[in-house]
Design a protein around this ligand. Structure first.
Ligand code: CA
Ligand code: CA
Length: 333
């Protein structure tokens, strides 16, 4: 699997994570990568589900705009047995980050960094869940700040199946989250520390070479699908199996010197329970389409995605390869 999650709030949509808690505020004022971040304030948290994993590398960037609340629970990795918390983090009165086993049951790491208001920080955790031989490591801005080894299985859960940022009602600390990456140790790339990656959403900028679908209301196809948050006022659709769409995409920003993964994402839905009701997502490189397995479409507009840890035409991604790639879609039965 390698990279399981990449999230930068760049769709400006409450539907980008798998779930949310409380109201949702997406900020264009504060951002680390791209144009947006997600505010976590009171109970404005969000979460992602993942397949059961006993080892993960987790990155999240955050920015606090007002003040640090002691005991503000920040992140939690939830186990696959009920709502077991395997690891959580909070801040103490010194504005250091604590890593706990269980629901603040056993403090295992305290950061040496004292976190300041008005600055971005990148926290990375390496978690290995086991009764013995387990591991929790903390890095702040790429610097190791603590390691715990031993029993990292505080409850009955033997694996993590959900990662969640903030579920803390009644705390006035305004914390903005961005550039969340979750890797597992499998595969030949993206199998270790994310090392401060940023997430950027590249939008379509031109049609072609093939645009078989119909556009509503009319005009260029790309212009119907290039807005954030996504709007159903304009869209593309087809009722004919195997029809394709291709689009040129924006280039990466100049600050991008390497690319670790590409995730092809689209908000999509099926209008009826008739074929074609599935979608292949992918890229077009040097006139060849590299498409995912068919993805079942939801009945309301939701995000669907496929991750390309390496260039499907061969080797690792490069900035040039991404800038020359097109988006490719195909409707299938
Ligand atoms: Ca962002
Ligand atoms: Ca649209």
């Amino acid at each position: 699997m390698s990279m399981l999650i990449l999230f930068g709030a760049e769709w400006n949509s409450s539907k980008e994570p798998d779930g949310t808690d409380g109201s949702v505020v997406i900020s264009s004022t504060y951002k680390r990568g791209g144009d947006y971040s997600w505010r976590n304030y009171n109970s404005e948290g969000f979460w992602f589900s993942i397949p059961d994993k006993d080892e993960l590398y987790i990155q999240y960037a955050f920015y606090v705009s007002n003040y640090y609340s002691a005991n503000y629970k920040h992140f939690r990795a939830l186990g696959n047995a009920g709502l077991d918390i395997i690891v959580c983090t909070d801040f103490d009165s010194e504005r250091k980050l604590n890593v706990w086993l269980g629901n603040r049951a056993t403090k295992i790491i305290t950061s040496s960094t004292i976190f300041q208001v008005g600055a971005w920080y990148v926290v990375e955790l390496h978690l290995k869940v086991a009764d013995s031989g387990g591991l929790v490591e903390l890095r702040v801005d790429g610097v190791p700040e603590g390691i715990y080894s031993g029993d990292t299985k505080p409850g009955t859960a033997a694996a993590i199946d959900k990662v969640q940022w903030n579920l803390e009602a009644g705390v006035g600390m305004q914390c903005y989250m961005d550039d969340i990456i979750v890797n597992d140790p499998s595969g030949s790339v993206n199998n270790s520390w994310p090392n401060g990656l940023k997430v950027k959403l590249l939008k379509p900028t031109a049609d072609g070479p093939t645009n078989d679908w119909d556009v509503t209301p009319s005009g260029a196809h790309y212009a119907a699908i290039d807005e954030v948050p996504p709007s159903g006022a304009d869209y593309i659709k087809t009722s004919t199996p195997d029809e394709k769409e291709h689009f040129d995409m924006e280039n990466l920003p100049a600050e991008a010197l390497t690319v670790k993964a590409v995730q092809v994402q689209t908000f999509c839905l099926k209008g009826a329970f008739i074929d074609p009701d599935r979608l292949k997502l992918g890229v077009r490189i040097n006139d060849t389409d590299y498409l995912s397995d068919p993805i079942d479409l939801p009945v309301s507009s939701l995000l669907r995605k496929t991750t390309l840890n390496q260039n499907p035409a061969g080797g690792n991604w490069t900035v040039d390869a991404v800038n020359n790639a097109k988006l490719a879609l195909q409707a299938v039965n």
